[in-house]
Design a binder for this molecule. Structure first.
Ligand SMILES: Cc1cc2nc3c(=O)[nH]c(=O)nc-3n(C[C@H](O)[C@H](O)[C@H](O)COP(=O)(O)OP(=O)(O)OC[C@H]3O[C@@H](n4cnc5c(N)ncnc54)[C@H](O)[C@@H]3O)c2cc1C
Length: 230
């Protein structure tokens, strides 16, 4: 499967659900109100700030951040047109012994399908990437074919045309951050901080603004990336 690899001691694993619950608690401690199951259907400019509408609610805000990554709503035409939303899936097998080494580092590869895998407790194999996953496990770990899948989950991620995350003001004036290309746990948190700093008036480093800004999001229809994802 691989010609080579890098053992990166600076990399680490996180439990994403615990991480997002921790972020939510930290935000609530600072006075943030979180409203789940309240999809926004329109963001309109007002004389000062924005009006945000959804089913049964209207809200007013000085600034709005659209942070929907692979789920950009249809009203945000421009942001939506700059990204590609694809499925990403994780499979966890039943416990096993003797089929895989007892210790295995977490692996994340650089293919356009973003495979990653690690051993969990009791020898369970966690394997993620673009679906379908089972043929990939069969190719990489043929000895695991008979081991049933016990858990699986899927969501959508946004792929950008240059592989980099992007943020800035969309043509509607509101902020957006998206396009983490499958690596959003750290990157979305980092861009959240950058947007918060920008909103509070901190000037953005020029090279960062140029590389990750909206003007650098152009589609490149005949790029290698486009062909790989078709
Ligand atoms: C199966 C899977 C495995 C992954 N594995 C990894 C990994 O190993 N490492 C890694 O770094 N990244 C991984 N990712 C990617 C990572 O989860 C995302 O990049 C990250 O969650 C992006 O964060 P976000 O907050 O920008 O968007 P999301 O976490 O996608 O959140 C977007 C939110 O917007 C909400 N929303 C959508 N439309 C509206 C609307 N109209 N109004 C209001 N709210 C709306 C959604 O309900 C959702 O809560 C994985 C993703 C999946 C699906």
């Amino acid at each position: 499967m691989y010609l080579g690899g890098i053992y990166d001691i600076a990399c680490y694993q996180v439990h994403p659900l615990k991480f997002v619950q921790g972020l939510a608690k930290a935000a609530e401690r600072r006075g943030t109100q979180i409203f789940c199951f309240s999809p926004v259907t329109a963001i309109d400019r007002e004389r000062t700030g924005y009006q945000v509408r959804g089913s049964g609610f209207v809200s007013h805000a000085n600034e709005v951040i659209l942070a929907t990554n692979g789920y950009v709503p249809s009203f945000a035409h421009w942001v939506r047109s700059q990204l590609w939303s694809v499925a990403s899936r994780v499979v966890v097998t039943a416990p096993q012994t003797g089929l895989l080494p007892e210790k295995m580092p977490t692996v994340s590869d650089s293919s356009t399908e973003y495979h990653y895998f690690r051993l969990m407790e009791h020898g369970r194999l966690l394997f993620g990437g673009r679906p379908p996953i089972l043929p990939k496990i069969a190719r990489m770990f043929p000895q695991m074919v008979q081991v049933p899948t016990e858990f699986e989950w899927e969501g959508r991620v946004a792929i950008s045309w240059d592989g980099l995350p992007h943020f800035g003001r969309a043509p509607g004036g509101y902020w957006f951050a998206a396009g983490y290309t499958g690596h959003g746990i750290v990157l979305s948190t980092a861009l959240g901080q950058l947007i918060a700093e920008a909103i509070s008036g901190k000037p953005l480093e020029k090279s960062l603004a140029n590389t990750l800004g909206p003007s650098n999001m152009k589609r490149r229809p005949f790029s290698r990336r486009w062909r790989a994802f078709r």
